[in-house]
Design a protein around this ligand. Structure first.
Ligand code: HEC
Length: 117
């Protein structure tokens, strides 16, 4: 009850006076801080996961990156083992396919699983 009285007094009377008499000012300050922190927390969007932690989807990559110059037909007609697909993907990169090393690996693995020997 005394605490409630203090808080009420603090909000009704001068904060400085309340602070001196029963520590109400500190409480009021803490409250302000909490509100600010909570507002900041809700305002900040969750960061998207860094690319390295997201598993690459070989099928999606193949459908997206390997249909720029020709249809998927060309891809589907081929059968090769992992080494074969790796070298094909690298050859396509040489022609201008936009895949980084990780994407090339994921695409080659998917292609081997789907169109392996
Ligand atoms: C920058 C354009 C380009 C992109 C992107 C591209 N290709 Fe090709 N691809 C070609 C051309 C041009 C040919 C035909 C000439 C040749 O075979 O060298 C071809 C032929 C092929 C062939 C048939 C020849 C062979 O080696 O068996 C396959 C399979 C193939 N591409 C797979 C892929 C895959 C898989 C991807 C995605 C990783 C891809 N391509 C992306 C240009 C491209």
């Amino acid at each position: 009850m005394r605490r409630v009285f203090c808080v009420v007094t603090a909000s009704l009377l001068l904060l400085a006076w309340a602070g001196a008499s029963c520590g109400g000012k500190k409480e009021a300050e803490a409250e302000t801080l909490n509100t600010t922190t909570a507002e900041v927390a809700t305002a900040v969007e969750p960061e998207p996961l860094p690319a390295e932690t997201v598993a690459l989807d070989g099928r999606e990559l193949t459908e997206k990156k390997c249909t720029v110059c020709h249809t998927l037909d060309r891809v589907q007609k081929k059968k090769a083992d992992l080494e074969g697909w790796k070298s094909t993907v690298n050859r396509m990169i040489g022609k201008g396919a936009q895949l980084d090393a990780r994407e090339a690996e994921a695409a080659a693995e998917y292609l081997t699983a789907e169109y392996g020997k």
